[in-house]
Design a protein around this ligand. Sequence first.
Ligand code: GLP
Length: 322
Amino acid sequence: MLHLNICKAETVEEAARLAADHFQELLCTKPACVLGLATGSTPIPLYRELIAREQAGRIDFSRVRSVNLDEYKGLAPDHPQSYRRFMQENLFDHISIRPENTYVPDGLATDVDAMCSAYERTIEDLGGVDLQLLGLGHDGHIGFNEPGDHFPTRTHETALAEITRQANARFFASEAEVPTAAYTMGVGTVMAARRILMIVTGADKSDILHKAFFGPVTPWVPASILQFHPDVTLICDRAAWDGVKSGYGFLRFFARFLAMLYIMEIYDIFFFDWFLLCRSNFFPHFYPELKGVVGPHMFGYNKKQHIAHFILYIPACAAIAL
Ligand code: GLP
C-alpha cells in the first residue's frame, strides 16, 4: 500500500463533513477543478453538506467540471432512477455548477464503443480527474466494476451482478425493473484520478471494507486495487469501522497466529531435531551426548525444553501474523 489516509467518523453526518472538507480544500485551491462524482445512498449526506456550504458562501461550484462514474444502460436522463436524474436532484440543481460542465455516461447510447471512448476523451480533455469520489458496493465494486477475473481498464458496458441488482432494487418498484447492465468508468479510469476519496458507512459494509483495504489485491474485490493508488482517503463511520477491527480482523489475526505456531512447531520437530541427529552422526566428537540417538528418541527434548521453544515462538508468530 502506497498511501492510505483513514479518517474515522462517529456518525454518517460527521463522515459527510469530513468528506466535504476535502472538497472545500480542493475548491479553494483549484476553483476550476474536475470532480469525479458517485451515486448511491452513501454520498447523499455529503452532497447535502456541499449544497449547504455553497449556500453559506464557503465554496463556489461555478467553475467546477464534473464527470460521473456510471449510468444504467437503457435509462433516459430523465428516468426517475437514472444516475443523471439522481445527480440533478441531489446536487446539480442546488449548486452553481454549469449544466454543460457536468458529464454522465449516456444510458441510451446506440454506439456503445463510440460513447465509451468519447467519455474517456472528455475526461482527458478536461485534464483528468482531480478528486474522485467513490462509494463501495457490497461485493467490492467501484462505479459498476463488478468482481471478475480481471480489472476492466476504461469506460465500458458491464453486466450487473445479482447482489448489486438486489441492493439497488430499493430504488425501483421491483427487482425486475433494475437494469441488467450499465456503463461505467473502468478501474483504470478511476485509478488515473489524482486523489481518491472513498466513503464507507454502515455495519453492512464492514466485511467488504476489510477485504478491500486489508485483504489481497484481486479483481474479485475490485476496490482492492485502491491499495496501489498513491493518494487515497478512506472516510468511514463507526458502524463500518468497528466491524473491521473487532470482527473479521481479529479472527484473521488469530487464524494466522495459530497457523504460524503450528508451522514453527512442525519445523522444529521434523527439521531441527533431524539436523541435530545428522550432525551427531557426522560430527560425533562435537555431540557426544547425541551419539546413537535413534527412533523416538530423536525428538530429544524433554517437556520443559519443548515448552520453552513454544514460548519463544510466540512473539515471532505474533509479529508475522500482524
Ligand atoms: C452503486 C453505484 C456505486 C456505489 C455503490 C454503493 O451501485 N454504482 O457507485 O458506490 O453502488 O451504493 P450505496 O452507497 O447505495 O451503498
